[in-house]
Design a protein around this ligand. Structure first.
Ligand SMILES: O=C(O)CCC(=O)C(=O)O
Length: 391
């Protein structure tokens, strides 16, 4: 269950980094200056051929991330906030419970695929464990939680589009899908969708890691092999509560994270920068970047809407899953079924924003298929993340 603070409302906290307080304060400030001195931020821009400005794409490949400013307008943010409040209200009362605080079936009732991830407040549930393929080898500092903190919090949700029409519509955002096409090709395919929730004074760490499982040792590996995540910011993000990345590290192959942190003597990697965003900004972040986030001892909420995409050739014929979804080999039928969500999202969005030019998803246009977001589509989305293409 969540803490007692109103969703999204900043609140002074009494939590600190204890003996690490001064070092953290200095690190956060220096990191923010480094982040803001990088040239990889600005509004979405198109070239005259209607495609994303190649300079943006080049900057993304160079740094491994790009901050798109002002993508989510105020009315869409309000829709998202209303739905997310509803989702939070429907969380189970504790890990494993089947009802919410009102006695209703909990958000994830009747779901088979993994949906909710719990942590102790300000904890680091994955760091230093063998979970998730052991890819988070070093535990972050876990500051002391306040006395009145709940025993556990939900810090991560998966398969989120089935719980919120606003999230589904956001998934169909034409600027974001155009960026996905520019980076992963017109036949880009879905990976998964998630929400990271960093409540003030309670939000958990995500230890330094690189995403991606299947392609590290492939002779065809390159800086785009494991795709990217969009990270949409409902309330913005700061050095204290945001994701930190090591620019350019998506090109380095698998990094010996344990040795890097041992060399520095702390998890405050000096070459890393925080993603700094205003409400409505969206980051594209390469999954191979070395990245992580610290426990949120700050007064500010961070709610990140993650939406990941792959190149089709990265998933086609590949056996994946087991981490985010059921193990499977991704054949044409699997890819087609999972990609229907893109069609539903575009349709749902066009109803809500009729004046906006809809994105045309080439695989659907080529096949002559038009997906309607109707009651049967809604039913088909139950547990859709069993089909996530987890590579
Ligand atoms: O949002 C966060 O704190 C962590 C995000 C992350 O690790 C990811 O998207 O892979």
């Amino acid at each position: 269950m969540m803490g007692s603070q109103a969703f999204g409302v900043s609140k002074p906290t009494t939590t600190t980094y204890g003996e690490h307080h001064d070092a953290m304060a200095q690190y956060l400030q220096a990191g923010e200056s480094r982040a803001l001195s990088l040239p990889n931020r600005g509004p979405v821009r198109y070239a005259s051929d209607g495609r994303i400005d190649p300079a943006i794409v080049e900057s993304y490949w160079h740094h491994g991330f790009y901050v798109f400013t002002g993508v989510i307008g105020a009315s869409e943010r309000a829709d998202l906030e209303a739905d997310l409040k509803n989702m939070m209200d429907r969380l189970p009362v504790h890990r494993g419970a089947t009802v919410d605080a009102h006695g209703r079936p909990a958000l994830d009732a009747n779901c088979e695929a993994p949906k909710l991830f719990w942590s102790k407040p300000l904890g680091d549930p994955f760091g230093g464990t063998e979970e998730a393929n052991g890819r988070h080898p070093v535990k972050m500092v876990e500051p002391d939680a306040p006395d009145d903190a709940p025993e556990e919090i939900v810090y991560l949700m998966l398969g989120t589009l089935q719980f919120s029409d606003a999230l589904l519509r956001f998934y169909g955002h034409p600027d974001l899908l155009s960026i996905a096409a520019a980076v992963n090709g017109d036949d880009f395919v879905p990976f998964n969708e998630a929400l990271f929730i960093k409540e003030p004074g309670l939000g958990a760490s995500v230890a330094w890691h690189q995403d991606g499982i299947t392609h590290w040792d492939s002779p065809h590996w390159d800086e785009g092999s494991h795709g990217f995540n969009f990270m949409g910011q409902l309330y913005g993000c700061t050095a204290a509560n945001g994701v930190w990345v090591v620019p350019g590290s998506h090109k380095l192959g698998r990094i010996d994270i344990k040795s890097r942190i041992a060399e520095v003597g702390s998890e405050r990697l000096p070459e890393a920068v925080p993603l700094i965003c205003a409400p409505g900004d969206v980051v594209i972040s390469n999954r191979q970047l070395l990245h992580g986030s610290f426990a949120n001892t700050s007064p500010d909420w961070r709610v990140t809407i993650n939406m990941g995409f792959h190149r089709r050739r990265s998933v086609y014929g590949v056996s994946g899953g087991g981490l985010h979804a059921a193990p499977a080999t991704y054949d044409d039928a699997h890819i087609e079924k999972r990609s229907r969500i893109i069609g539903y999202a575009i349709d749902a969005r066009s109803e809500r924003f009729p004046d906006e030019k809809s994105f045309i998803y080439k695989p659907h246009a080529d096949a002559g298929t038009k997906h309607r977001f109707d009651d049967s589509a809604r039913a088909a989305m139950h547990d859709y993340n069993l089909l996530d293409m987890s590579i």
